[in-house]
Design a binder for this molecule. Structure first.
Ligand SMILES: [Zn+2]
Length: 164
C-alpha cells in the first residue's frame, strides 16, 4: 500500500497481482465453427429457423426472436463481405488475443459477410482512412496454418476491388 498526494486529497493505492484462471464452455455451435474453420477453412454462421436471420459469428439463440439454434441451423458463408464502418487505430492498445501491444497504426472495420444479417468487426489491411469507403468489398485473408482461432486463422480482411 502506498500513499500519494494529488491536489489536496490523499489517495490510497493498493497494488497487487492476482491469478484468475477460469474455464467456460463455448457451446456446440462455437465448437463446430472453430472445427470447420480449422479443418475445412469454412466460415459458418447460424440461421434462425423462425425469422431466417443469419448470425455471424454464429449464435446459439436468435437475438430477435429468442429461438434456440442447433448444429442443423449452421450455414456456410463466403469469405467476402461489405465494409459498413471503419477506423484506424493510431495509439498503443493491448491486443486481447496476445496481451501485447499491437503494432500501430492498424485498420479496424465493421462489416457484414455476404449472406449474413449481423455485423462483425475485424482488422483490415488499410491504414489510410482516405482509401476506405462504406460499401467497399472485403475478403478474409487466411493464415497458411489453421489452428481454430478466428484472429490467428484470419488475421485480417483485405479491401478488394469489385472485379477481383
Ligand atoms: Zn430469429
Amino acid at each position: 500500500m502506498s500513499k500519494t498526494r494529488k491536489g489536496q486529497e490523499d489517495i490510497f493505492e493498493i497494488k497487487w497481482k492476482t491469478d484468475l484462471p477460469y474455464r467456460y464452455s463455448i457451446g456446440k455451435l462455437a465448437v463446430k465453427f472453430f472445427e470447420e474453420l480449422k479443418e475445412n477453412k469454412k466460415i459458418l454462421g447460424s440461421k434462425c429457423p423462425k425469422c431466417e436471420k443469419v448470425h455471424f459469428p454464429p449464435r446459439a439463440v436468435c437475438a430477435d426472436c429468442f429461438i434456440k439454434m442447433t448444429l442443423d441451423d449452421m450455414v456456410e458463408l463466403p469469405p467476402r463481405g461489405t465494409l459498413e464502418g471503419f477506423t484506424v487505430v493510431n495509439y498503443p492498445f493491448t491486443d486481447p488475443s496476445t496481451g501485447g501491444i499491437r503494432p500501430f497504426p492498424y485498420g479496424y472495420a465493421l462489416f457484414k459477410l455476404d449472406g449474413a444479417d449481423t455485423y462483425t468487426m475485424h482488422f483490415v489491411n488499410e491504414t489510410d482512412v482516405t482509401k476506405m469507403k462504406i460499401g467497399q468489398r472485403v475478403e478474409a485473408v487466411f493464415n497458411d496454418e489453421l489452428i481454430g482461432d478466428l484472429t490467428a486463422d484470419i488475421p485480417y480482411f483485405r479491401i478488394i476491388k469489385e472485379e477481383e
